[in-house]
Design a protein around this ligand. Structure first.
Ligand SMILES: *Cc1c(COP(=O)(O)O)cnc(C)c1O
Length: 221
């Protein structure tokens, strides 16, 4: 199926109000142009330099989401234009985003990435450390970060009960943090190609779908 057809097919399964972030990492500009022609405007990438290179040649009404682990020294590549950084997972990163956003005179929308999966390797905050930080004065002193919600990745497993448990844990964290932020805290980003329908059942407001739209990725390229 073509990229346009796949996007239509995925959209048809989304509940009203759920945003589709088309994850285009490793795929060429031409693939993104095809999705753009089909009306897609929000794309997710995981490498800052790749994101910047694509931004420079593609239409400026695209909203770019950074979804991969971000090193502090690479924020500068994306700070001037990125629509949202979904993968905010440490105090150091919060502080570095604050500095880079201030330099560009921007306030950057961010999601707090929370670790819920079983795998040790997955990135994200430990929930207790996050709640302590959110309650601290240090956290309140970040005027160029606009925290919009929570992002997370479920365990990489066939066990649907486990995946559901991870999504419900993210939902619970989202609900628990919301009062500290208020109305603007409206985004719960969870669900990828293999598990997004369940993520929506569990309350996701934003799904990050890559391979289902663009096909398998070749990381060697
Ligand atoms: C790559 C990636 C996705 C998309 O994964 P697919 O399985 O291809 O849909 C979603 N979220 C994050 C954080 C990713 O790194």
């Amino acid at each position: 199926m073509s990229i346009a057809k796949q996007i239509e097919a995925v959209r048809a399964t989304l509940r009203e109000g759920v945003e589709l972030v088309a994850v285009s990492k490793t795929h060429p500009v031409e693939a993104i142009e095809e999705a753009y022609a089909a009306g897609q405007r929000c794309f997710g990438e995981s490498r800052p330099q790749e994101l910047k290179a694509k931004y420079e040649v593609l239409p400026k009404d695209i909203r770019w989401h950074m979804i991969g682990h971000l090193q502090t020294n690479k924020i500068k590549y994306i700070a001037p234009f990125v629509a949202m950084i979904e993968s905010v997972d440490s105090v150091r990163l919060c502080e570095a985003i604050e500095r880079e956003a201030a330099k560009c005179d921007r306030t950057i929308d961010c999601l707090l990435e929370i670790h819920v999966a079983q795998e040790e390797t997955k990135t994200g905050w430990n929930y207790d450390e996050l709640t302590a930080y959110v309650a601290s004065d240090a956290f309140r002193a970040l005027p160029h970060l606009r925290v919009r919600g929570v992002m997370g990745i479920a365990s990489n497993t066939e066990d649907e009960a486990l995946i559901r448990r991870d999504f419900m844990a993210l939902r619970a964290a989202f609900e628990a943090l919301k009062p500290a932020f208020g109305e603007r805290f409206d985004t719960l980003s969870m669900g990828m190609s293999d598990d997004y329908p369940m993520a929506i059942e569990c309350g996701s407001t934003s799904v990050r779908v890559g391979s289902l739209i663009f096909g398998a990725r070749d990381y060697a390229k």
